[in-house]
Design a protein around this ligand. Structure first.
Ligand code: SF4
Length: 715
């Protein structure tokens, strides 16, 4: 039987039609009815059928014996041990001595129950997610500007835009179907102009009318300069600014002070003045402008300010909430957005409520009928692993992620896990760099086996549906969490019959919040995350659910664009211009580490390659880790293209093959994030990355670590 499901990789959230064949193979094709992709799939999505076999799968619960070996255990034993481990630490050290580190790979229902367990029952907000690493600066920027974490637009805006600005995003490789939509629009009778802002000349530049290869970390100067230019050249929508915003004068004054002179901005950003002015003039002229941004903006010690400097330019011109315009954050993972909806970040509660707002806490606790509710924000990802290393957090449950590879200063993460009293990992894969440190391994269901919902970058909720049998003893993540919760003594809140019951409770909470919030908390009353139209779905309606964008009102209809009437989620209904003083990345290059390391994805791999690494046609694209560098830098470092080199920072080192793509600025190198000790030795770029984070969002600075490159082995 063919089922309509959703791709488990990037945040584009493409619809997939999937079928298990009698010979054991799996057929996939794009779903023509899904609004995200209209039948298209990129190479990763097309190869999904080649990645679902059971090679390398974790199929049974495993417990580590006193001699250090992992032994198969029954589910009852494993669940008892996991529950006992957490209970023991809580009893001895309190609820904040335990933590959860979860993932944008989880389905919304999984995310909901684990947040409920941590925040409402154990009473700790020490639950964070690997989505912290890719989009938390966008979340913080949205909240500061709009009062709520809301992406205002939709993919169709790309086809209606006159100008598309792509900032810090190799869209062609990292969000390929969005890029294909842009490329198709470029072939239409009214093609949009395309500007790419990125230190690297990537595949995305192939469609660009203009590429601004900015120096890493200078985006705020660029957009502050744009704000000043737009004001000076009469592009301001004064009526919109007056009626629907606040904070304009302060933000403008700060932008003019930093970046009032375009020649100085061009110098700081390292771009040609004529190119900079061409961009500024295009932006001023084109009413229908979409600014897409991604990790190059978010993964920075000034990531939140970068996001707000972009949003400020859209607020100044009133270009938001209407067809073909708006700031647009592309999320990295398939369900980063769904996780945000259920409070997947350490500073959030479910239904877009704030953990540090007592009214919000009371609403959630009353709805859950939970014994307690965490009262202060928990530790964000990097701080959480630091707290483990310092012995403050003594028990950790990792779900569907591989932090020993993906976090910055990854060797420190390794040491922290090695010293942690109780580490549990639920995963589909048996051997990962992280699982090597787990005391208990719990086998989870993978794509095609599990059932639930995800939300993509344009707020569209889609179903992931089952079309493969559960292998051996693997179980759904939400079920595993409920089983552990009940063994910890929390019977009442975790008696869900099926995944539909979890979703229904999540949807009902948004409705309950709307009814409970009184006029003294107008901020919450205006929340746009509203699933009222989905709160009473029965099981068969849930099974049949077609992709829909939230808010979903009572008749089940979704909303394509938000803020059309100029009303925002803040208490006074106004969007806020945020003052964004420009600053350079925290660690500068020096004689010892003269190059700037930038990290990111390649076209055909996903995260730490536990799935895409299985498909030969994907591994054939780029078979090994590389360091892409400018030929002049290579000459200075004494390395040649095709040779191995050691890339070293103050925090760690790795080995990679030297490559000249022709796209690097002098002084910059690029290394992909995917490879790890399961595929090649000494290949985790995370071990080099500085553990600096944005002070507002906690997102790490993956795009700017000073490094050196030298021949390997050293000659
Ligand atoms: Fe999957 Fe993203 Fe490719 Fe779509 S663009 S098929 S969601 S990886």
């Amino acid at each position: 039987m063919t089922v309509a499901t959703t791709c488990p990789y990037c945040g584009v959230g493409c619809g997939v039609l999937a079928r298990a064949n009698a010979d054991g193979s799996v057929h996939v094709e794009g779903d023509t009815q899904h609004h995200a992709n209209h039948g298209r799939l990129c190479v990763k999505g097309s190869a999904l059928g080649e990645t679902v076999d059971l090679r390398g799968r974790l199929l049974h619960p495993m417990l580590r014996a006193s001699d250090g070996t992992l032994r198969r255990a029954s589910w009852d034993d494993a669940l008892d041990r996991v529950a006992e481990g957490f209970r023991r630490v809580i009893d001895q050290h309190g609820p904040d001595a335990v933590a959860f580190y979860v993932s944008g790979q989880l389905l919304t229902e999984d995310y909901y129950v684990v947040n409920k367990l941590a925040k409402g029952y154990i009473g700790t907000a020490n639950i964070d997610t690997n989505s912290r690493l890719c989009m938390s600066s966008a979340v913080a920027g949205h909240k500061r500007a709009f009062g709520e974490d809301v992406v205002p637009g939709c993919y169709e805006d790309l086809e209606q835009a006159e100008l598309i600005v792509l900032v810090g995003s190799n869209t062609a490789w990292c969000h390929p179907i969005v890029y294909q939509r842009i490329a198709k629009a470029k072939e239409s009778g009214a093609p949009p102009r395309i500007v790419v802002i990125d230190p690297r000349h990537t595949a995305t530049c192939e469609s660009a009318d203009l590429h601004l290869p900015v120096k890493p970390g200078t985006d705020v100067w660029l957009f502050n300069g744009l704000l000043a230019f737009l004001f000076q050249h009469g592009a301001m929508d004064a009526r919109f600014v007056e009626a629907h915003t606040e904070g304009f004068a302060q933000a403008l004054a700060a932008a003019q002070a930093d970046a009032g002179d375009p020649a100085e901005v061009a110098r700081i950003c390292g771009v040609q003045l004529t190119d900079l002015l061409n961009f500024y003039r295009l932006f001023a002229r084109c009413e229908r402008t979409v600014t897409l941004f991604s990790q190059g903006v978010n993964q920075s010690s000034s990531g939140t300010d970068k996001v707000n400097s972009i949003i400020n330019c859209h607020l100044l011109t009133g270009r938001i909430g209407k067809p073909g315009m708006g700031p647009f954050s592309l999320t990295g993972q398939p369900n980063a957005m769904g996780g945000r909806e259920v409070g997947g970040l350490a500073n959030m509660l479910a239904a877009h409520m704030e953990l540090e707002n007592p009214v919000h806490r009371q609403i959630v606790q009353t709805f859950w009928q939970s014994p307690r509710i965490a009262e202060r924000a928990g530790l964000k990802a990097v701080d959480l692993f630091d707290a483990i290393g310092e012995g403050k957090v003594k028990a950790l449950w990792i779900m569907a992620t591989n932090p020993v590879v993906s976090l910055p200063d990854a060797d420190r993460v390794k040491r922290a896990l090695a010293g942690c009293e109780w580490v549990v990992s639920s995963d589909i894969v048996a051997q990962t760099d992280t699982n090597a440190y787990a005391h208990a391994l719990l086998p989870a269901l993978g794509w095609g086996e599990k059932d639930g919902t995800v939300t993509n970058s344009e707020r569209r909720i889609s179903r992931q549906r089952t079309f493969l049998p559960a292998p051996e003893e693997a179980r759904a993540d939400w079920r595993i969490v409920c089983d552990v919760a009940q063994r910890m003594g929390f019977a009442e809140g975790f008696q869900f019959d099926d995944v539909h019951a979890v979703f229904a409770e999540h949807a009902r909470l948004t409705t309950y919040r709307n009814h409970e919030v009184q006029g003294n908390d107008a901020l919450a009353a205006r929340r746009l995350l509203n699933l009222e139209g989905l709160a009473n779905l029965d099981r068969s309606a849930y099974d049949e659910l077609r992709p829909v964008q939230w808010p979903v009102v009572a008749n089940g209809e979704g909303a394509t664009r938000l803020f059309a009437n100029g009303g925002f989620s803040r208490a006074n209904g106004r969007a806020r211009f945020v003052t964004t003083p420009a600053r350079m990345p925290v660690h500068a290059t020096d004689r010892e580490y003269p190059l700037v390391l930038n990290t990111g994805r390649v076209r055909d791999q996903w995260h730490t390659m536990t799935r895409t690494g299985k498909a030969p046609r994907l591994t054939g694209h780029i078979p090994e880790p590389f360091v892409d560098m400018h030929p002049h830098d290579a000459l200075r470092c004494g390395v040649r293209e095709g040779e191995l080199a050691r890339v070293q920072s103050r925090w760690g080192g790795m080995v990679a093959r030297v490559k000249h793509s022709g796209g690097m600025r002098a002084g910059n190198v690029f290394v992909p994030i995917h490879w790890n000790d399961q595929f090649a030795s000494d290949a985790r770029v995370g071990s080099l990355v500085n553990p600096v984070v944005d002070p507002v969002s906690g997102e790490p600075e993956f795009k700017h670590t000073p490094v050196s490159v030298e021949p390997f082995p050293v000659r």
